[in-house]
Design a protein around this ligand. Structure first.
Ligand code: LLP
Length: 450
């Protein structure tokens, strides 16, 4: 299999074709014969070279988005949430752009460490960290650990000492409901994460952490939910966290120097969808933080944000090949492709909507709505409902789905042994394979008995 190509692929048909616009990466432009160019590379040739399904990741889009956060929040820590999508190249780009990394498992932590990501810029969180995970984090000298429950306090303290303290944040629940689906709303009481402010758990956790000489409580952490397109929930959460900082100061005589508002920044999946603009978010949050701290007579803590989706989602396009087309007696049409819920479980899990574009069609055919479905053995294996596609769509055609960079491959499964797709990166007219396609040999290698 080709693993690296330095040969530039197809060029745009005219010197300045009009970009496709969001939700496509900024580099996406129409190419010859109905192709789409991403980072100067034709998706059709990419699919032919590396096979489908193929995830094409635009390196410059990741870098641009990371840079936009750094520019918007120059005084803050911006941590990329690795759970959205992580591989070694991604860790390199994030480190290069001066961001930190939010990891939530030993696996993410080990991958980041193996990639050489600076450990001091890593934050580990999670509601169920094993003793081994905590030991690993200490051994690797992770910068910050987010304490999520009371049991973790003595467990972590046992791995530290007053002269080798661990910087920690306490994860609190501000009682704010936000996010695209109930499964991702983590800022409210009555779910598995963090300490409730309303029920007094947060103040008790703070008391216990402060009593441990090996733990240095740096601040508070919260994560409201995911795919939030409005700043209002963050402002409410911020108010409640600053109030809590003031109460901690009054009760314990300490002013905590950090405030982590988590991630959750929403992106566009369909043209015209709302999205959270980092610059606006930054301006509103910093103004509010300054004002609230002044009211409470607190020094302004250093802000941390943890965007995952907002950096990764718009940077990748998934490319599938149509395997069959079906027109049913009741007038519905299905385009079945060679991927599906094993590489993108989001429509099946959350009812998430996507836009689909045919690749390599000149656009003369009439369109009609198609349900784009996967190749898995479930009727719910859907990628997009009622996507307008050429009425004469046929097997062999290519379909591209933008905004595929977050929570697709990181949640991909081995369902039906289809194998997880390959990932290629594009930049300046060149394409290189980052992750090869998963094969049946990969499945068989894990089998050690019969
Ligand atoms: N920080 C913490 C503590 C988190 O739990 C998460 C996401 C993030 C940051 C990053 O959130 P983002 O900026 O990417 O929204 N599978 C779901 C999303 C689950 C998000 C879980 N936590 C989906 O596909 O919509």
């Amino acid at each position: 299999m080709t693993t690296l190509s330095t040969r530039p692929l197809a060029r745009p048909q005219d010197p300045s074709p009009r970009p496709l616009g969001s939700p496509w990466p900024v580099s996406a432009v129409p190419g010859r014969g109905g192709d789409v160019l991403l980072g100067g590379v034709g998706l059709r040739e990419a699919a032919e070279r590396f096979g489908t399904p193929l995830y094409v990741l635009d390196e410059d889009e990741v870098r641009l988005r990371a840079r936009a956060y750094r520019r918007a929040l120059p005084q803050a820590d911006v941590l990329y949430a690795a759970k959205a999508f992580l591989c070694t190249a991604m860790a390199d780009w994030i480190a290069d752009e001066g961001l930190g990394l939010d990891v939530c498992s030993a696996g993410e932590l080990r991958l980041a460490a193996a990639a050489g990501f600076p450990p001091g810029r890593i934050l580990l969180h999670g509601n169920a960290k094993s003793p081994e995970e905590l030991r690993l984090a200490r051994r690797l000298r992770v910068g910050r650990i987010v304490v999520d429950n009371l049991a973790e306090i003595p467990r972590l303290a046992a791995l530290t000492a007053a002269d080798t303290p661990q910087r920690v944040l306490a994860r609190v629940l501000p009682g704010v409901a936000a996010g695209h689906h109930s499964a991702v709303r983590t800022g409210v009481d009555g779910q598995k994460f963090g300490f409730s402010i309303a029920a007094g758990e947060a103040t008790e956790a703070v008391r216990r952490i402060l009593a441990q000489p090996g733990l240095r409580l740096a601040g508070l952490h919260c994560h409201l939910g995911s795919q939030i397109t409005d700043t209002a929930p963050y402002l409410t959460a911020l108010d409640r966290l600053v109030e809590l900082l003031a109460r901690i100061r009054d009760r314990h005589g300490v002013e905590l120097p950090e405030l982590d508002l988590g991630g959750g920044h929403g992106v566009r999946y369909l043209p015209g969808d709302p999205e959270l603009d980092p610059a606006r978010f930054a301006a509103e949050i910093t103004a509010r933080l300054t004002a609230r701290c002044a009211e409470h007579g607190l020094a302004v803590p250093k802000l941390t944000v943890e965007p995952g989706r907002a950096i990764a989602a718009p940077a990748a396009v998934a490319v599938y090949r149509v395997l069959s087309v079906k027109h049913t007696a009741d007038g519905r049409a299905f385009a079945a492709v060679d991927g599906g819920m094993s590489d993108n479980p989001r429509p099946a899990l959350y009812g998430s909507a996507y836009t689909v574009r045919p690749i390599g069609r000149t656009g003369t055919a009439q369109t009609r709505p198609f349900d784009v479905v996967g190749c898995h053995c479930e009727a719910g294996d859907l990628l997009a409902r009622d996507a307008p596609l050429p009425a004469d769509l046929r097997p062999g055609d290519l379909l591209a789905v933008p905004a595929a960079g977050a929570y697709h491959l990181s949640m991909a499964s081995s369902y039906n042994h289809v194998g997880r797709p390959a990932v290629a990166a594009v930049r300046e007219g060149r394409i290189r394979l980052l992750i090869r396609r998963e094969t049946v040999d990969d499945f068989r290698t894990r089998e050690v008995g019969r």
